[in-house]
Design a protein around this ligand. Structure first.
Ligand SMILES: [Zn+2]
Ligand SMILES: [Zn+2]
Length: 252
């Protein structure tokens, strides 16, 4: 079988396990390794790779925990060949243990609820280069984008904004589809989770958690940039303002 590289999501789950094990490797007869092997073999990430019983076997999961444990800077002795993605995930766990653990738990919750398996692949879950460099991995991004495309949720959000007598327009740049495109654009808008799933956890989406965005701003909120694949409308508005300020006084 050709080696199938570990996806960020898989490394996230394995690294959480090693961290909770005080950064020590886990043996293949460990029940937690068996459980993670079953879980990884079920994930909708690598097509039908799991038809091969060696794919993410207990042995391969155990070896990955060794790669992770030996990539920790406090590890005495040489590192095994974990590769760059493994080193990156360890570095991210060390820099932000709470955030990364929360992402791993949110991913597990999405798996346990079955929602993750029901969400189809989303066109924007990978960036223009066909890669997902999102810190929280690809599957949480998929889950969030899937929810954001829910027509019923979007309609309820629009009704809520209308009841408050507020305009249906982009909360970041104020673009109004109806004002620009006439009847064709009337009521066109996209919805965006203000708090990313890896922070909020995949509980039921509330209308208060959603913001209205134009298609451009929505793209910019999800674009992978400097290791982040999530921005709030406030973050984006601040970036737009910073550019405008700079344009007004280019010498500064
Ligand atoms: Zn906008
Ligand atoms: Zn969004």
């Amino acid at each position: 079988m050709a080696q199938i590289s570990w996806a960020r999501d898989e490394l996230l789950l394995a690294c959480a396990l090693v961290m909770e094990n005080d950064w020590r490797e886990l043996r293949q007869n460990d029940v937690r390794v068996q459980e993670l092997s079953d879980l990884l073999r079920s994930l909708p990430l690598h097509g039908n790779a799991a038809v091969d019983s060696r794919f993410r076997s207990r042995n391969s999961v155990s070896r990955k925990t060794t790669d992770i444990a030996t990539a920790h800077p406090d590890h005495a002795g040489g590192a095994t060949k974990g590769g760059r993605p493994t080193q990156n995930v360890v570095a991210d766990f060390l820099a932000d243990p709470k955030g990364m653990l929360a992402a791993a738990y949110a991913l597990r919750a999405g798996i346990a609820s079955g929602e993750l398996y029901d969400a189809p692949v989303q066109p924007d879950e990978v960036d223009e280069d066909g890669e997902s460099s999102a810190r929280e991995g690809r599957l949480l991004v998929r889950l969030a984008l899937h929810r954001e495309r829910d027509r019923g949720l979007r309609n309820r959000k629009i009704q809520q904004v209308r009841r408050l007598n507020e305009p249906i327009r982009c909360e970041a740049c104020a673009f109004d589809f109806g004002a620009t495109y006439g009847p064709l654009g009337a009521d066109y808008i996209e919805v965006h989770h203000i708090t990313p799933l890896h922070v909020a956890g995949p509980s039921e989406t509330r209308l208060e958690d959603l913001a209205l965005l134009c298609a451009n701003c929505h793209r910019m909120c999800h674009r992978n940039y400097m290791g982040e694949a999530w921005r709030t409308p406030d973050d984006l508005r601040e970036k737009i303002r910073a550019v405008a300020r700079h344009a007004a006084s280019p010498a500064s």
